[in-house]
Design a protein around this ligand. Structure first.
Ligand code: ADP
Ligand code: ASP
Ligand code: MG
Length: 416
């Protein structure tokens, strides 16, 4: 008997019909002799709506209370799914993250899973039940309810799969797999049959939403094979595993887009030792995820420091940066929310020179201005204006030979 963990994203359980369709797939999997653990996300846009509600009510939003609020979306889904399963004659039991023994650190809003106890889930499985565990949440070492950061239900699913030693973890979503680019931006994107963990880590780290970064880290560290597939067509999707790429695989496996970050520039900073530490230490202490950093060499004794971070961290960062800028004698602080990050990812880059040059030439020919650049051994990222993003993404996709002969044909459900 195999143990399969199935995670269903928000669009996949967006309304009562979808909830029942998902229940049918769970029942099908169970009736084929498998043990099943299910991790549902909140229905449709309900997490966004809860955040909006908090914004409408309060400016303060203590982390503990925000997590109490936004973890409710997944609890609604888990209960409704168990009801839909009961209608199909399947015995199912729902568990909150805390009841499932998902223990996290104390960082509200972006808690990291420390341990998955899973005793009650194991007991219910042994009893023949389908277990439905609310995604995106846990209980902290201080016994408070925590959320795992946006997209965190992926991480719940993979962490449970690792702890329960599941045979595979299926991530059901609203596209048919992992593609060479987001099919909503590049209709000619090709579905990848297989992606290895290192490439998927870079794609997720570069901001591809299809899998949350921490879920891929968990999968790689605990050898959990992931199958990303559609909850609308149910066809086979993309396997994410430790399998190394072949020599024949293309050099570039994908173009990744990210519009979730903003850029901050601290202008005319005195160019002396300790300035970067003075700026970035307090940001790190406030748990702000600084991503790309650029500092120009100075000619006149001052320099500009620019960095990007998630827009969601901006409120926490704003006052810190303003204060430090004053203390170090900078001329001012500028913010730009209309930026996007565009990345090329591919394991073949390690051994193929000239990829960056070709990327920059393609963008130059499109008249796209590059504001920042960063690289790893298998990724090149640039920051550009968000207005240029679609054009730039499609031109890189074509230039690196990734276009498929036909446009994406499966339904692309509207995200309600
Ligand atoms: P879910 O709610 O199911 O977790 P997400 O929005 O988190 O769904 O992730 C699925 C979305 O990821 C797709 O609808 C697609 O627009 C986007 N996406 C971004 N990059 C890719 C990619 N390379 N392959 C497939 N989907 C991608
Ligand atoms: N509902 C949460 C979100 O919208 C978690 C998830 O869907 O994975 O971010
Ligand atoms: Mg997701």
């Amino acid at each position: 008997m195999a143990l399969i963990v199935q995670k269903y994203g928000g669009t996949s359980v967006a309304d009562p019909d979808r909830m029942r369709a998902v229940a049918e797939n769970i029942a099908f999997t169970k009736r084929h002799g498998n043990d099943v653990v299910v991790v549902p996300s909140a229905m449709g846009k309900s997490t966004d709506n809860l955040i909006k509600l908090a914004n409408d009510v309060s400016k303060t939003q203590p982390g503990r209370e925000m997590d109490m609020l936004i973890t409710t979306g997944e609890r609604i889904s888990m209960a409704l799914l168990c009801m839909a399963l009961a209608d199909l004659g399947i015995e199912a039991k729902s568990f909150t993250g805390s009841q499932a023994g998902i223990v996290t650190d104390t960082a509200h809003g972006k808690a990291k899973i420390i341990e998955v106890k899973g005793d009650r889930v194991r007991e219910a499985l042994a009893d023949g039940k389908v277990c439905v565990v609310a995604g995106f949440q846990g209980i902290s070492t201080d016994k408070e309810i925590t959320s795992l950061g946006r997209g965190g239900s992926d991480t719940t699913a993979v962490a449970l799969a690792a702890a329960l030693n599941a045979d595979s973890c299926e991530i059901y979503t609203d596209v048919t797999g992992v593609f060479t680019a987001d099919p909503r931006i590049v209709p000619q994107a090709r579905k990848l049959q297989h992606v290895n963990f290192d490439e998927m880590l870079e794609m997720a780290g570069a901001g591809s939403k299809v899998l949350a970064l921490r879920s891929v880290e968990f999968a790689r560290n605990h050898h959990v094979p992931i199958h990303v597939r559609s909850a609308f067509t149910w066809e086979h999707g993309t396997w994410v595993t430790s399998q190394e790429p072949n020599m024949e695989d293309p050099i570039i496996s994908g173009v990744v887009t990210d519009t979730s970050e903003a850029k901050v520039t601290v202008v005319a900073v005195p160019d002396r030792p300790g300035i970067s530490a003075a700026l970035f230490e307090p940001l790190a202490a406030a748990n702000v995820n600084v991503d790309m950093i650029v500092q120009n060499t100075s000619h006149d004794g001052t320099t500009d420091i620019s960095f990007t971070m998630p827009k969601a961290d901006f409120a926490a960062a704003e006052s810190i940066v303003a204060q430090v800028a004053g203390e170090i004698g900078a001329a001012g602080v500028e913010h730009d929310a209309d930026i996007s990050k565009l990345s090329l990812v591919g394991a073949g880059m390690k051994t193929s020179p000239g990829i960056a040059a070709k990327m920059f030439r393609t963008l130059a020919d499109e008249g796209v201005n590059i504001q920042m650049i960063s690289t790893s051994t298998i990724r090149i990222s640039v920051v550009i204006a968000v207005a240029d993003l679609e054009r730039a993404t499609r031109s890189l996709h074509t230039a690196f030979g990734l276009d498929s002969g036909q446009a994406y044909s499966a339904p692309l459900p509207e995200r309600k």
